[in-house]
Design a protein around this ligand. Sequence first.
Ligand code: PMP
Length: 369
Amino acid sequence: MQPSWIAKRTLAFDSSGIRKVFELAASLKNPINLSIGQPDFDVPAPIKKACIEAIEQGKNAYAPTQGIGPLRERLQADIDRKYQHPDRKVFISSGTSGGLVLSMLSMVDPGDEVIVFDPYFVMYVPLIQLVGGVPVLIDTYPDFRIDMNKVRDAITPKTKMILFNSPGNPTGVTATLEEIQGLATLCAEKNIALISDEIYSGFHFDGPMRSPAEFNPNTIVIDGFSKSHAMTGWRLGYVHGPSEVIQTMIKLQQYSFVCAPTPMQWGALAAMDHDMSQYYQDYAGKRDRIVAGLRDYYEFTEPGGAFYVFPKIPKGTGADFVRRAIEHELLIIPGNIFSARDTHFRISFAAPDATLDRGIEVLRKLARS
Ligand code: PMP
């Protein structure tokens, strides 16, 4: 094959480095896997049953592009109750990732600048580049807080969008109400599209989850069922925001994803009636476990949500630290996958407590050596 077949737009970025750690994992006999970005529990049985029933009842054809009526209506009713924005509409996407792709395609023109807080979810920068946008990184180290002065300084006449994610991947840090409100009002004032990636909204441990959409009715919220109900393989997300933006995303979905998987949407409808609070409470316990286990050994900001901690590497590069961890069968992700810096590493605490304890033991050993 000719190398020239490959489109230039794909050359700006590499394949996700996380996959390389997963490949390494396959070669270990008894890995302590703290690298995975999905809950360690399975989809609860009633949700699986609803999906299986949908398949058996022949609900296997295309769904409407915007999603099956009952799921959409249910989400819309919840959204209307919460926000009371007359122009806020929802549609079902193929995962949160599908919602992110369609957001970029719908709103970012070549040359438009998109502000991203560093460290960031791996997909953000490549997706911006894919549509010809220019990622503008705002460094949030060492505490991963958003400094509104830095945001104001980063805004230019070309700024089209700000990508915001709380609870955050890879840090687990949850934004304060002041940060959320500050971003929301700044975007309203400057007429900048604010995307709020709320995929970890279920995993928000210390008080209720707040959204910038409460303070700026034009905020585009992306959420989904992947993390909240451990259905990362079901590919179900949803996006809500101003109707013009949502209509554009639905139009593009027609020509790309077509629709989110139909039987899974019936499963998701059942998921909306399933109480997940005990699962999230267990994860708050896992957060406490890992924080207590590492507090005296590493520098990190205590996560308020998601299932990640992002500690500072005591010395050396990320690659070197991860190699040493793998020598002890521990899988973690080097921070440079999520960042312009190579100074931290990501731990996922979405694992059984016994695995967390083994991981803590190795990490303590590595901190001392
Ligand atoms: N946003 C963030 C911040 C994530 O961490 C992930 C998954 N790792 C996604 C979006 C994509 O999730 P989905 O499975 O719904 O596509």
